[in-house]
Design a protein around this ligand. Structure first.
Ligand code: NOJ
Ligand code: CA
Length: 732
């Protein structure tokens, strides 16, 4: 605060006196930029040498004067003393086609303002603003002609001075994890509620009471939905938003590296985009493509090997405690190349054994899945957790009871692929050591997807999950994987910022609290994530857990998950991901095969998505239309159950899916089917919470109704508490 310029103090005073955000004005000579629909207005000015911006919508303040700049290490700060030496306006309008996504075509339409700033001492800094109808993106650029060439950031000082005490859905700022549940509060309440919860996660670094993570969803008293995030985070640390004490102003707070440096830059270079989405409705937030649009176009020339995937996994049985990733209890410590597994005594609970994998493959193939994930296939799991071990896995050597060539051959004979698992235990050093051999092994046996993981504190020691060098590691893994035609689904990596547009082999990421947190996942969490975590890209939430009682899934375990079966079905439509798991055990699905049918039928790639109703944390209702080009491209493994559903009797049908989820409250919805082709009759299969369903008392009660409907039909559906529904619609 002691850095505030006279302009800011005057502005603050004006604000306090007038009690109205409108009272604060940018100087008359500021540069103004309007969105294509002219409703959003950005103003930029250099006020007493300080770069400053505001954002209005229809003349109402969204962001009050907010400063821009950097504190640098061992050199002059980029905070004041600037002159505006040039500016340029531009506009852009194109429609592009994602390799996979929520719709077949995305419009990228914005007006742009580039300002060139210079200090007398010779430092040059440009700021590029792009204004869309649904929000703002801006980034700093450091041109080649500059007194700055190599420089280190102490802190980025970008501010977002919010114009009101908005409602926020937030998780604590943390340098290592986003695996938290959300708190809904006023901005002014955050500092009082945001406490350090350590120890809670295998790797966790709480920042401060003011710090929260992005994407941050906000709602104004007037009912506008704002969303703060960032796009295209590459070679730069991830940012958090730190609410400045006694204000409603957020300031960026970057993740430091092991030496406390918050970014090492070399001109010419650019930062990630800072984004401010402004929408009239919650459904518009879900429909926004702001983050994707701010990323670069696809960098992969041949994308024919990238395919949406529905998969099962030898996974939940380990997460639930029914079986183990490890093979033996013989070794308190494992050393790669030394420990003799061939003579070890199996403890008898190893999940990834040949018979069990074949059992899953039989079930998944019979039900039309594309792939099977297998965790715990490789040596080292006896000694991987909590010890920050560098030489932890080799990603090459299978356990004695896992026949890698044989199981792949078996999977391929059934038209399926195996998904490789690389738990790095957060030794990025070790993963890079083995990566080329590990990806080559995958190529040798025909694996085309890897789930990687970063559990525990990072090695190199002292680095954080979201620091610049580690962000570069995640990116390196994706680029190397693309070279090997491998799709990547990274868990515990930095939350995505739309990079999947450029690298569509990033078909998944976890980077938030998923179903694996079992009873800790609160009602409303899945109605929040599409507004927050999913703004940056798809999530491997691992939906589809039908058995809530952990003691039934894994005898001896305790705890009950807090959702109904229909809530889990709804997620296949309300969550967008080209990689969707049916996460429960085959034996649990076998008890509910009629409900499981929806998971078989539902598609994972779309040409159209309609967001019918939504409120963060409360409910989401979404309708989606599959992308026929994907179904016909052979990019799914032919026998896929989705293809069978859409091409029933060998001819294409018009197909839609509708899904709904609720939070803590039960709700009724009228779903108007007016998006169906007029005059065409459809068979609707409606999977709904039974009238007496409830996540706590009766989570497995559902009804399945078959009806003939058309575009004039309105379906009245009741969702239980933490419930939902799912509907498949197929033209007759
Ligand atoms: C954490 C991941 O999120 C989970 O899915 C995985 O099974 C474990 N790590 C082990 O790698
Ligand atoms: Ca995880």
């Amino acid at each position: 605060m002691n850095q505030l310029s006279p302009f800011f103090l005057a502005a603050l005073l004006l604000l306090v006196c007038a009690c109205s955000p409108k009272a604060v004005k940018m100087p008359a000579d500021s540069l103004a930029l309007r969105s294509p629909d002219t409703r959003l207005e950005l103003k930029f000015a250099v006020v007493n040498g300080v770069p400053t911006y505001t954002l209005d919508r229809d003349g109402k303040a969204i962001l009050l004067p907010s400063r821009l700049g950097f504190e640098l290490i061992d050199r002059e700060n980029l905070t004041e003393g600037f002159s505006l030496v040039g500016s340029a306006f531009d506009s852009f309008d194109e429609t592009w086609e994602p390799v996979w996504g929520e719709e077949a075509q995305i419009r990228n339409h914005y007006n742009e303002l580039l300002v060139n700033l210079k200090k007398e001492s010779g430092e040059a800094m440009d700021i590029r603003f792009r204004l869309y109808d649904d929000g703002l993106g801006f980034r700093y650029e450091f041109p080649m002609e500059n007194k700055l060439t190599y420089f280190k950031i102490r802190e980025e000082l970008t501010e977002f001075a919010m114009a009101g005490d908005h409602t926020a859905w937030w998780i604590s700022g943390d340098y290592d994890t986003q695996e938290y549940s959300y708190t809904k509060s006023r901005l002014s309440e955050i500092r009082g509620l945001n406490t350090d919860t350590r120890p809670y996660n295998a790797s966790q670094h709480y920042i401060s009471p003011g710090a929260v993570q992005t994407a941050l969803q906000l709602k104004t008293a007037d009912g506008l939905y704002l969303n703060l995030h960032e796009a295209a985070v590459l070679d730069y640390p991830a940012t958090h938003l730190e609410l400045q004490e006694g204000t409603l102003t957020f300031r960026t707070s970057l993740t430091p590296d092991a030496q406390g440096v918050k970014g090492r830059l070399q001109a010419p270079c650019k930062t990630p985009w800072r984004t401010v989405m402004v929408c009239e409705s919650a459904t518009d937030v879900l429909a926004s493509r702001l983050i994707l649009n701010l990323n670069d176009p696809c960098a992969i020339e041949d994308v024919s090997w990238i395919h949406p995937t529905k998969y099962m996994g030898v996974w939940w049985e380990m997460i639930s405690g029914k079986s183990h990733w490890s093979y033996t209890s013989d070794f308190p410590s494992v050393q790669l190349g030394v420990t003799d597994y061939a003579h070890a005594k199996p403890h008898g609970h190893h999940g990834a054994n040949n018979d069990n994998v074949r059992r899953y493959l039989d079930f998944a193939a019979a039900n039309g899945f594309d792939a099977l994930l297998i965790e715990g296939w490789n040596i080292g799991w006896e000694d991987w957790y909590g010890c920050q071990k560098d030489f932890v896995f080799d990603f090459l050597t299978p356990y004695p009871d896992f026949d890698l060539p044989g199981l792949n051959a078996y999977a391929h004979s059934k038209g399926m692929r195996l998904i490789m698992h690389h738990e790095t235990s957060s030794s990025t050093v070790n993963y890079e050591r083995w990566m080329e051999q590990a990806y080559s092994l995958m190529n040798q046996y025909g694996y085309d997807a890897v789930k990687s993981g970063y559990v525990g504190d990072i090695i190199p020691y002292g680095e954080y999950h979201y620091s610049q060098p580690i962000i570069n590691h995640y990116h390196y893994a994706v680029v190397e994987a693309a070279r090997h035609h491998i799709m990547v689904n990274a868990h515990e990596a930095v939350r995505p910022t739309g990079l999947c547009r450029t690298w569509p082999n990033m078909i998944g990421n976890e980077s938030a609290m998923g179903n694996e947190f079992r009873a800790n996942v609160p009602p409303g969490h899945t109605a929040t994530l599409p507004f927050t975590r999913l703004q940056g890209g798809p999530m491997d939430f691992t939906p589809g857990i039908f058995e809530q009682d952990m003691a039934i899934t894994a005898p001896g375990q305790t705890g009950k998950m807090r959702h109904t079966i229909c809530n889990q079905l709804g997620l296949y439509v309300t969550f967008y991901s080209p990689l969707q798991m049916a996460a429960d055990l085959p034996e649990n699905y076998a008890r509910f095969m009629d409900a499981f049918q929806f998971i078989k039928d539902v598609a994972v790639d779309w040409d159209k998505s309609l967001y019918l109703a939504a409120e963060p944390g409360e409910y989401i209702v979404t309708a989606r239309h599959p992308k026929y080009a994907t179904l016909n491209s052979g990019r799914l493994s032919g026998h896929s159950s989705v293809y069978d559903f859409v091409y029933k009797d060998g001819r294409p049908h018009d197909v839609w899916y509708v899904g709904g989820v609720t939070g803590e409250e039960a709700r009724e919805f009228d779903v108007k089917l007016d998006f169906l082709q007029p005059g065409v009759q459809y068979e609707a299969m409606i999977y709904a919470d039974a009238p007496d369903a409830d996540y706590e008392t009766n989570p497995q009660a559902y009804t399945i109704t078959k009806r003939t409907v058309d575009s004039s039909t309105v379906l009245n559906l009741r969702m239980a508490r933490s419930g939902g529904f799912a509907i498949s619609l197929r033209s007759l």
